[in-house]
Design a protein. Structure first.
Length: 279
């Protein structure tokens, strides 16, 4: 069984977009596309973990019940999609954890860092998650990109601590679910979804998932809500590189995910975790 995390964030949250959007233009639109996403999952008998940016739940709390009533899970994606390695973010994050716990009535046990920003500078987050009752994290990408990545990390679920981010620590209580990677032209690259799902041939993604399944390792994929519902996001002027990474082939995302659903089974992180012995 494979794992699907939907990073439920709005069109202005991504790191490559947010600096170019004024505060008054940050108008949420993702709620319009939620039914489309839930319908896609329902038709393919698939479940997903929605890693939600907390401010979206804060302004529209009814979407939590809508998501969970269909058997999906709610995870935490910070309150405002702030990178964990932002200067002096720890005190703010501690307050965000409290706020999200109140909003969700403590139903969230999983976390994903915006832009996979869990690294040596932000390792403190592990202790904060554990002390707040979180059971797992899925923020490690075992490949190096210009924006994130920890190529030395394990490929399979492991116990993570703030002193051992990339390797299993038997003393850890938090389970890390690293994202799926693959080899392409001799280089290890993400095969988890997002930009890579959009630009890579689907055959490469499928083969990567199959290779994990053959090793009995859950393939952990991610996708952004705005990639599945491009009709609801405004296209703004961005630097060339940012524009390419954000919008290139975004219209192909929905059909590609639909193809993956037809061939592979996906469930929530919480459901998978419940089946791990001695977790």
């Amino acid at each position: 069984m494979n794992l699907l995390g939907i990073d439920f964030e709005d069109w202005y949250h991504p790191q490559l977009v947010e600096p170019f959007v004024s505060k008054e233009k940050k108008i949420p639109t993702m709620f319009k596309g939620l039914d489309k996403i839930l319908d896609l999952l329902r038709k393919n008998d698939s479940k997903a973990t929605f890693f939600v940016v907390g401010e979206l739940l804060e302004s529209n709390p009814e979407i939590m019940d809508k998501i969970m009533s269909e058997g999906h899970e709610i995870g935490f994606h910070t309150m405002k999609h702030t990178r964990l390695d932002s200067p002096n973010f720890r005190p703010e994050f501690k307050e965000e954890l409290k706020k999200f716990k109140k909003i969700t009535s403590g139903k969230s046990i999983g976390f994903r860092a915006p832009t996979f920003s869990l690294n040596e500078k932000s390792s403190w987050v592990i202790d904060e998650l554990v002390s707040n009752g979180y059971k797992y994290d899925s923020s490690i990408m075992p490949a190096k990109t210009n924006m994130y990545g920890m190529p030395s990390a394990e490929r399979f679920p492991y116990r993570i601590t703030n002193s051992s981010l990339s390797k299993n620590d038997p003393n850890g209580t938090l389970i890390e679910f690293p994202l799926i990677v693959t080899k392409f032209l001799g280089k290890t690259i993400p095969a988890a979804g997002g930009f890579y799902l959009r630009v890579l041939p689907l055959k490469i993604i499928k083969n990567a998932i199959k290779s994990y399944e053959q090793k009995e390792i859950p393939a952990s994929l991610y996708i952004h809500s705005w990639e599945l519902t491009p009709e609801y996001i405004p296209r703004i002027k961005l630097p060339i590189k940012n524009h390419f990474i954000t919008y290139h082939k975004i219209g192909k995302t929905f059909s590609k995910m639909n193809e993956l659903f037809k061939e592979f089974e996906f469930t929530t992180f919480e459901s998978y975790l419940s089946k791990i012995p001695n977790k």
